[in-house]
Design a protein around this ligand. Structure first.
Ligand SMILES: NC(=O)c1ccc[n+]([C@@H]2O[C@H](COP(=O)([O-])OP(=O)(O)OC[C@H]3O[C@@H](n4cnc5c(N)ncnc54)[C@H](OP(=O)(O)O)[C@@H]3O)[C@@H](O)[C@H]2O)c1
Length: 314
């Protein structure tokens, strides 16, 4: 086997990010395995997707999170495990199920790298986040703790804002398509966020799996041209549609008051927008020891610029 092409198992491979990880793994020449959980049952879309992965060269591996031995057997077939299990409350949040996977990886004893389902804000910097949104970061930190206690080699991927949510919605919670008429600005709207195309997240993640520079480190994906404030994002859209939007402003206080009146899952999501857009939590720190920046490590990747991402909504 080519030393540079570890066998990769993607867990959560039919998900929003997971399917992109499968695609990137195959495109990078890794023997690619995708977990097929019996629990997907007669979900025809998932089955069809799994079959299409197989057609593209992936191997499907049957295993269940409620069957420890099946997870151990699955993990034993590969060198690298990437988990993209759900972690968005308005969809599904199963981050702690990964503790079962960590136990299986520990028992199997053969895994050279584990990338847990994170792909967002660095949870280690979010322990003071507001409740209930903090739960996302706490759960991801519980998984980190288990990984490190088990002595499993890891890479954590901090992917910042998925463009589909944040660029598509011009940073407005609850919106994923930009309006041609109106936008609600979050406070002064000058806090810098970082927007990343989801396929690029998968590409950078896959590049890191065999990279010795990324063992036991955090990979921050910070495409320099995509570090923009909400105001700059809106201006980019206005330029594309040749029109100024009508703008209203939601003060920090009003945002927090509204948050409290929502359902739990929405409160979690809004909490994340609060830290990103009002506090600038993605850009208020320098990348430190045991951390690397993806576009510096892999300059050959021609990442999608925000303006080009926005063009798909025209
Ligand atoms: N930074 C951002 O803006 C941002 C945005 C969205 C998500 N994220 C992060 O990205 C990661 C992936 O999120 P996603 O939105 O791509 O996830 P998703 O599409 O909601 O779900 C991913 C997969 O999770 C698996 N899953 C769901 N429920 C399960 C259960 N009960 N038991 C076992 N597996 C289950 C399924 O895998 P199968 O294929 O096995 O069915 C599903 O396809 C999460 O860590 C999330 O927090 C970040």
């Amino acid at each position: 086997m080519d030393e540079k092409s570890s066998r990769v198992l993607v867990v959560g491979g039919t998900g929003y990010l997971g399917k992109r990880l499968v695609k990137a793994s195959l495109a990078n020449g890794h023997p690619t395995f995708v977990l097929h959980r019996p629990e997907v049952g007669v979900d025809i879309d998932k089955i069809q997707m799994l079959l299409s992965f197989k057609e593209q060269g992936a191997k499907l591996v049957q295993a269940s999170f409620s069957d420890h031995q099946s997870l151990v057997d699955a993990v034993k077939q590969v060198d690298v495990v990437i988990c993209a299990i759900s972690g968005v409350h308005i969809r599904s949040h199963q981050i702690l199920l990964q503790l079962n996977l960590v136990q299986a990886i520990k028992e199997a004893g053969n895994i050279k790298r584990f990338i847990p389902s994170e792909f967002g804000t660095d949870p280690s910097r979010m322990m003071d986040a507001i409740a209930p949104g903090r739960v996302t970061f706490e759960d991801k930190m519980s998984v980190r703790k288990a990984i490190e206690e088990a002595g499993i080699p890891f890479t954590y991927v901090t992917a910042n804002c998925f463009a589909g949510y944040f660029v598509g919605g011009l940073c407005q919670p609850g919106a994923i398509i930009p309006s041609n008429q109106h936008v609600s600005l979050l406070g002064h709207a000058n806090a810098k966020a970082i927007f990343v195309d989801e396929d690029d997240i998968a590409t950078y993640t896959i590049k890191s799996v065999d990279d010795p520079r990324m063992i036991n480190k955090t990979l921050h994906i910070r495409p320099p041209e995509n570090i923009l404030s909400q105001r700059e994002l809106v201006e980019t859209w206005e330029e594309l549609i040749s029109k100024k939007l009508v703008k209203t402003t939601i003060s920090k206080e009003d945002f927090l008051t509204k948050l409290k009146s929502l359902e739990y899952a929405e409160q979690v999501g809004l909490g994340h927008y609060y830290h990103v857009c009002y506090e600038g939590c993605l850009t208020n720190f320098e990348i430190g020891d045991n951390e690397e920046e993806a576009t510096k490590l892999y300059p050959e990747v021609n990442y999608v610029r925000v303006k080009d991402y926005l063009k798909r909504y025209l």
